[in-house]
Design a binder for this molecule. Structure first.
Ligand code: SF4
Length: 354
């Protein structure tokens, strides 16, 4: 089954085109401080190396703008960069002078109509995209009261209010995020928004949690929405390494056949038949293939019962027996080796393929 994506408008964030038939973009956010140049530079490089296509950076104070300016002029961002601004509209205005491609604001907390107008007018002049970022944790109390405490209705109302505001200013180069920490609320909010407007939507579950729990919650929430054709960019938010956020995003998109980037590993869950040492081999292969961007299907199977069947379908496959392991390349057994050298053999074949 191929998912039919909802047609959204196309917007420009730097050289990226988001929405319409463009690929669903994977984003993440830096977690190191702009004041720690070595760490920050290393984090940005890691994010770009692992396939992050748009990087958001928190800009909490004036000195952050100056630090971000240095990084941008040093050319460390080879993908578009978005400044994340909360409350202080002056920071938003200053950021637009340092070469950023987008700004994330919540129009509801930036300080009234005249400040929003100022930001939007400058964004228009500087060709900076806007992300309207509505979050379940910061809904206006008046809107919440008006909607009898319903988070979903309040987030939808806040979003549509912000959209109308930007449209009134004849500014259309924006996308929207409306994330809740509850998976079901997030799904309901995005569905309601998607029914009403056609701006590109950035999906995510906010404050999803530590890596294991957060990846599952994000996969369910983002996955349900994507499967219904909703979503133009995604971020998996984890209390952890941003490279894991990117890896998880691609696995979600790959599982739904929406993007094909990187390695898919098929490995069996193991059982009483599994050959000794198998699990360790799978972990090593996962580590080994983490940064590979080429589309490859790898299979590592723990016994000779189901192993050969799966291994045959893969670019490289290994099916473990008691003493030996059968190596498959593009569906054909090419050799049987001592399973102790399985990882080395895998490495050799991988090298040849990439
Ligand atoms: S492939 Fe073999 S070892 Fe792995 S779970 Fe299935 S039966 Fe068990």
């Amino acid at each position: 089954m191929q998912i039919k994506r909802k047609k959204t408008r196309v917007i420009n964030v730097g050289r990226l085109r988001i929405g319409g038939d463009n690929p669903i973009i994977v984003q993440s956010m830096t977690k190191t401080k702009l004041e720690d140049p070595g760490d920050f530079r290393a984090e940005v490089k890691e994010l770009i190396d692992c396939g992050c296509e748009l990087i958001r950076v928190a800009v909490p104070e004036k000195k952050s703008v100056n630090n971000l300016r240095k990084f941008i002029s040093n050319g460390i961002f080879t993908v578009p960069v978005v400044a994340d601004i909360q409350f202080d509209h002056n920071l938003a205005l200053e950021c637009m002078d340092i070469g950023i491609d987008g700004i994330r604001i919540n129009p509801g907390n930036i300080g009234g109509q005249s400040r929003i107008t100022e930001i939007i007018e400058k964004a228009r002049r500087k060709k900076v995209a806007i992300r309207i970022g509505i979050n379940s944790g910061s809904i206006d109390k008046k809107i919440l009261k008006k909607n009898n405490g319903s988070i979903v209705d309040s987030m939808v109302e806040s979003t549509l209010e912000s959209v109308r505001l930007l449209e009134k200013l004849k500014f259309f180069n924006f996308k929207i995020s409306a994330k809740a920490s509850s998976v079901m609320d997030t799904i309901n909010v995005y569905e309601a928004i998607s029914d009403r407007i056609d701006y590109p939507l950035h999906l995510g579950i906010t404050e999803a949690g530590p890596p294991f729990r957060g990846s599952i919650k994000s996969s369910v929430g983002i996955g349900v929405l994507l499967s219904r054709g909703i979503g133009d960019t995604i971020r998996v938010s984890l209390t952890g390494d941003p490279a894991d956020e990117v890896a998880a995003s691609y696995i979600i998109l790959g599982s739904l056949n929406l993007r094909k980037v990187g390695v898919d590993i098929i490995s069996c869950p193991t059982c009483g038949r599994t050959a000794e040492g198998f699990r360790q081999v799978v972990y090593e292969i996962e580590k080994l293939t983490g940064g590979i961007r080429k589309n490859l299907k790898l299979a590592v199977m723990g016994c000779i019962v189901n192993g050969p069947g799966e291994a045959k379908e893969a670019d490289i496959g290994i099916a473990f027996g008691k003493e030996k392991a059968a190596v498959f390349l593009k569906g054909k057994v090419v050799k049987r080796i001592d399973k102790k050298i399985a990882v080395d053999e895998f490495k050799k074949n991988l090298k040849r393929l990439i």
